[in-house]
Design a protein around this ligand. Structure first.
Ligand SMILES: C[S@@+](CC[C@H](N)C(=O)[O-])C[C@H]1O[C@@H](n2cnc3c(N)ncnc32)[C@H](O)[C@@H]1O
Length: 291
């Protein structure tokens, strides 16, 4: 078993997967009695499992189910599973899942998730198809055009890991002096460029001829980023959960927000179920910092 690149996450990874799994179970239960062909699409699928970081005195590594495997364990099963993984070695391992679950309809794809998903959203017929997409990147690999393509189908429910601390807030320098390439990265990530005015405020006015104005990040910047990203999602999705799950590392730093959005305005139950799961998860996390 290759463990390259898949020693990731701590307790927050379990919480993330637990949250998405709960939704998957509810979703499959509801969809089994409907006429739709419904698929689970894991666009950053990994290998199907993850290795727990070793304790120094524990020699045997421990493997836990990753998102793809957890989805295959859902009963009743989805009609179709699409697992996308860009890394060749991880993809090779991922394919073993097709042998382990021979009765499931599984397609493993070695591709860039953004490209593949955008094409799929365009080419599939969404009158009779439904899907649940999980976007679980390490950082800022999800492109806005992918999110917008998913929303446009009005037939996909989306769980998305938003790298609020892992990516976004690291790029936002305290003094607002952001390199053009980083600005472009943020523009592409949010699909718009008005984030700068939302995230920065005037700290000190420059004098008339000599100095530039000094900027600083707005107070409670993490809350600002969260609200801004929810606004971006609301601009394309019919429904967006107001209470994304904050995921923190062992030092209590906020790393990600697990967000939910649904494209079908005629299925309000989806939002209700997701917000309920998120609320219960949050209550059990005993958070110490507000967001
Ligand atoms: C956090 S891991 C996914 C973990 C997985 N969801 C699980 O629970 O086991 C992110 C994965 O996305 C893959 N990846 C990164 N960029 C990608 C891209 N643009 N398209 C597809 N896969 C990508 C990485 O190789 C890595 O395996």
């Amino acid at each position: 078993m290759n463990n390259r690149g898949h020693e990731f996450g701590g307790d927050w990874t379990e919480e993330k997967l637990k949250c998405v799994s709960k939704y998957l179970h509810s979703y499959a239960q509801i969809m089994k009695d409907r006429d739709f062909h419904f698929a689970y699409i894991d666009a950053f699928a990994g290998t199907g499992y993850r290795e727990l970081k070793n304790d120094e005195d524990v020699e045997i590594p421990r493997f836990l189910a990753g998102s793809a495997r957890k989805a295959l364990e859902v009963k009743p099963p989805f009609r179709e599973y699409i697992f996308i993984e860009e890394d060749k070695d991880s993809y090779t391992e991922l394919k073993n899942l097709t042998n382990e679950f021979p009765n499931h309809n599984i397609a493993c794809i070695n591709a860039n998730a953004n490209q593949y998903l955008t094409d799929l959203c365009r080419s599939r017929e969404w009158q009779t198809n439904r899907a649940l997409v999980f976007l679980d990147p390490y950082g800022m690999q999800v492109e806005w055009q992918t999110v917008a393509s998913i929303a446009k189908t009005r037939a996909i429910d989306l769980w998305l890991l938003f790298p609020i601390g892992m990516g976004i807030s690291r790029l936002l320098r305290n003094d607002g002096k952001i390199q053009p390439s980083e600005r472009q990265t943020l523009d592409q990530f949010f699909g718009r460029d008005d984030w700068f005015d939302e995230f920065y405020q005037l700290a000190r006015q420059g004098s008339l001829f000599t100095e530039e104005d000094e900027l600083e990040k707005t107070d409670d910047i993490l809350e600002e980023i969260k609200q801004y990203f929810l606004k971006c999602l609301e601009s394309v999705f019919a429904m967006v959960a107001k209470n994304p799950l904050p995921l923190r590392n062992s030092k209590n730093s906020l790393m990600y927000l697990l967000c939910f959005a649904a494209g079908n305005p005629n299925a309000p139950k989806a939002l209700e179920i997701a917000e309920d799961i998120l609320e219960k998860m949050q209550n059990t996390l005993q958070l110490t910092l507000p967001i």
